[in-house]
Ligand binder design. Structure first.
Ligand code: KIV
Length: 281
C-alpha cells in the first residue's frame, strides 16, 4: 500500500517530519522505496539533471509522463507526485489534460504545480475531479526568467503575499505545499498557520517535511551546489573512479576474466570449426 495524502496529513498532526526526494527512473525509485522514503517527486528538475537543459522551462508533458511511468514502476510504497510542466496548467482545461496524462498514462498518485492565489481556481478544479494537488511557493523554478534564482518573501509585502498564497492553495484543496527558498522564520510561520503539511527546500527545519533533488543529495550533479542542500554521498566521484578502473582493466586485459564468461567443450568447438572451415574451402 502506498503512502496516501491522509498518511502525510496524520504525520503533520503527530508532528512527525517526513522526507521527499526527487526520482526520475526505475532504479532510483526502487532504491528510494527500499530506503523507506514515503514521497517521491518526479520533478521537472529532470530538465536539468536528466535532460541537460539549463532550466525547467523546456520540459514537456511527454518528458514528465515518460519519467513518471518509470518511477511508478520502480516503487510500491511511496506516493509518487508528478510535476505539471511549464504552461501545461495555463488554464484549467489544459491542467486537467496534463494531470490526466500523468495519472492515467504514468500512474502517479498526485500532481504538483507552481504558484499561489492565481492558480487556486485551477487547483480547485483538479481537486474537484479527484486529483490530489501539491502546491509550490517561494522560488518557483518555472518563473526563473521573471523572478530570478533567489530567496522569496523577504520583504513585509512579499511575506504577506506568500502567506496569502499558501492559505489560498490550502483553501482550494491542495494537500501539501512545497516552500522553496523561503526565509526560515517565514516558512515556520506558514507551517504553523496551515492545516496541510509544508515541505521545505531551502526553507529551514520548521517545515513539516523536506524535499531534496536526487542528483544533488547524492553528489551526482556538480553544476549546482545550493547552500540548502546536503550531499549525503559523493556518487559522482565513485562512478567516475569505477568507470576509469573499468576502462583501464579493459585496456590492460584485466577484464574480462574466465569468471566473467561461459565456455563450450573444446571438442564441440573443434567440430564446429572443422565443419565451417570444410564448407568454405
Ligand atoms: O522539480 C523539482 O525537483 C522540484 C523540487 C525542487 C521541489 O520542484
Amino acid at each position: 500500500m502506498r503512502t496516501t495524502i491522509l498518511d502525510i496529513q496524520k504525520m503533520k498532526q503527530r508532528g512527525e517530519r517526513f522526507a521527499m526526494v526527487t526520482a526520475y527512473d526505475y532504479t532510483a525509485a526502487r532504491l528510494a522505496d527500499r530506503a523507506g522514503i514515503p514521497l517521491l517527486l518526479v520533478g521537472d528538475s529532470l530538465g536539468m539533471v536528466m535532460l541537460g537543459h539549463s532550466t525547467t522551462v523546456p520540459v514537456t508533458i511527454d518528458d514528465m509522463v515518460h519519467h513518471a511511468a518509470c518511477v511508478v514502476r520502480g516503487s510500491a510504497k511511496a506516493m509518487v507526485v508528478g510535476d505539471l510542466p511549464f504552461l501545461s496548467y495555463a488554464n484549467a482545461d489544459r491542467a486537467v489534460d496534463a494531470a490526466a496524462r500523468l495519472m492515467q498514462e504514468a500512474g502517479v498518485q498526485a500532481v504538483k504545480l507552481e504558484g499561489g492565489a492565481a492558480v487556486a481556481p485551477i487547483v480547485r478544479r483538479l481537486v474537484d475531479l479527484g486529483i490530489p494537488v501539491m502546491g509550490h511557493l517561494g522560488f518557483t523554478p518555472q518563473s526563473v526568467h521573471q523572478i530570478g534564482l533567489r530567496v522569496q518573501g523577504r520583504s513585509v509585502a512579499a511575506a504577506r503575499q506568500l502567506m496569502a498564497d499558501a492559505a489560498a492553495l490550502a483553501d482550494a484543496g491542495a494537500f501539501a505545499v512545497v516552500l522553496e527558498l523561503v526565509p526560515m522564520s517565514l516558512a515556520q510561520a506558514v507551517t504553523a498557520r496551515l492545516d496541510v503539511p509544508t515541505i521545505g527546500i531551502g526553507a529551514g527545519a520548521g517545515c513539516d517535511g523536506q524535499v531534496q533533488v536526487w542528483h544533488v543529495l547524492l553528489g551526482l550533479y556538480d553544476e549546482m551546489q545550493p547552500r540548502h542542500a546536503k550531499r549525503y554521498a559523493e556518487l559522482g566521484k565513485s562512478v567516475e573512479a569505477a568507470l576509469r578502473a573499468y576502462a583501464t582493466e579493459v585496456r590492460d586485459g584485466g577484464f574480462p576474466t574466465a569468471a566473467n564468461g561461459a565456455d563450450m567443450k573444446a571438442e564441440d568447438l573443434a567440430a564446429a570449426l572443422a565443419a565451417t572451415d570444410g564448407a568454405t574451402t
